[in-house]
Design a protein around this ligand. Structure first.
Ligand SMILES: C=C(O[C@@H]1C=C(C(=O)O)C=C[C@H]1O)C(=O)O
Length: 122
């Protein structure tokens, strides 16, 4: 941009483009931080559910607890509404995670049973 003269349309557009690129970089930095936090939160959640799965297997409790799941979904939908997040999305997200947890619990129960019963013959 030359000194003392108004910026040309091209120069103004280039400045606006650079500002937009800087804003995009900034927002993506926050998205990356939030994605990292989500991964860490999920890892901690799975550490807890792993222990729940082992406890259930030791005490012959069923891998899934539909009443508990229904209460969690109800609660999460309310929290989502308060946070202006789509409650349908919150429900789908929680169901996705719970399905994976129940699969793990089933696998732990199967492993525990086969250990208690010893290796199958043949
Ligand atoms: C973790 C549990 O096991 C299952 C998984 C759940 C979850 O991921 O929140 C909830 C209920 C159960 O179906 C539990 O019973 O608390």
């Amino acid at each position: 941009m030359s000194e003392g003269t108004a910026p040309s349309a091209g120069e103004a557009a280039a400045v606006a483009d650079e500002a937009a690129r800087e804003r995009l970089r900034y927002l993506r930095g926050s998205i990356d931080n939030l994605d990292a936090a989500l991964v860490h939160l999920l890892a901690e959640r799975f550490k807890c559910t792993q222990q729940v799965g082992e406890l259930k297997a030791r005490h012959s409790l069923p891998p899934a607890d539909p009443a508990r799941e229904a209460a969690q979904i109800e609660r999460l939908r309310r929290l989502a509404e308060d946070a202006r997040l789509d409650p349908g999305f919150a429900e789908k997200f929680l169901n996705f995670i719970i399905d994976e947890v129940v699969r793990h619990h089933q696998a732990i129960a199967d492993r525990t049973l086969s250990t208690q019963n010893g290796p199958a013959d043949g």
